[in-house]
Design a protein. Structure first.
Length: 227
């Protein structure tokens, strides 16, 4: 099984749905260690993306869909989230080229390019208590699954599970990047909102690839905050 434009479009819609579902949770997480606007910004951005999906050409490729997501997030999402997630989707769109179907190797390339784009833009590393703590284990798990001969849905499932664990693992960390870094040890015990939203987006990708439609709260390892 390969993943085509319909998967990319359905993933985008699922992203919008899961971010809307978890908007309050993400706001709460960000209020604890940031300025509290992450959930609202992400919800606004993906809502704007969904509103533009009908503008895609009939022969649009998965890359075209990801590029639309990227440019819309960059132009509509405030704070750091827009540039970071926008860069992730933009680099991912470039990585997969104009191929109409994505195999498991292309899925890994997509995820790796997205992660590397965020690193380039945000200068964060694993252990800094940022979304990279979800993206890097996701990329590693996807690569391992692909090397083991797993199909695209299984590769994405492995990435999503690793991202969820990575997001949870940010809780005991001291933040070294972003607004949370000003809190020092007071950031300990709080989950990074960008890592959590990353986990939600990747679980949405895996759920759509598996034919399960939109990702809901039971699909993602959440922190137990209000959603």
């Amino acid at each position: 099984m390969t993943l085509g434009t319909s998967w990319a479009i359905d993933w985008t819609r699922a992203c919008a749905a899961v971010i809307a579902e978890h908007r309050v949770e993400l706001i709460t997480l960000d209020r604890d260690i940031g300025d509290g606007d992450h959930g609202e910004n992400m919800d606004r951005g993906f809502s704007a993306v969904v509103g533009k999906l009908d503008d895609l050409a009939s022969d649009a490729t998965p890359s075209d869909v990801l590029k639309l997501v990227a440019t819309t997030l960059i132009s509509t999402v405030g704070g750091a989230s827009g540039p970071l997630f926008g860069t992730a989707f933009l680099k991912a769109s470039v990585a997969i080229g104009s191929e109409p179907q994505l195999d498991s190797a292309a899925v890994v390339a997509l995820l790796r390019a997205a992660r590397d784009g965020i690193v380039l833009r945000g200068k964060a590393e694993t252990g800094d208590k940022t979304m990279i703590d979800a993206w890097t284990p996701a990329v590693d798990a996807a690569a391992d699954a692909q090397a083991a001969g797993e199909d695209e849905a299984a590769v994405l499932a492995a990435a999503a599970t690793a991202a969820e664990r990575g997001a949870e693992a940010t809780e005991p960390l001291i933040a070294r990047k972003g607004r949370a870094s000003y809190l020092g040890e007071r950031a300990i015990g709080h989950r990074d909102p960008g890592a959590q939203s990353t986990a939600l987006l990747l679980r949405a990708a895996a759920s759509v690839a598996a034919g399960n439609g939109e990702a809901h709260s039971s699909d993602a390892n959440t922190s137990g905050t209000e959603s």
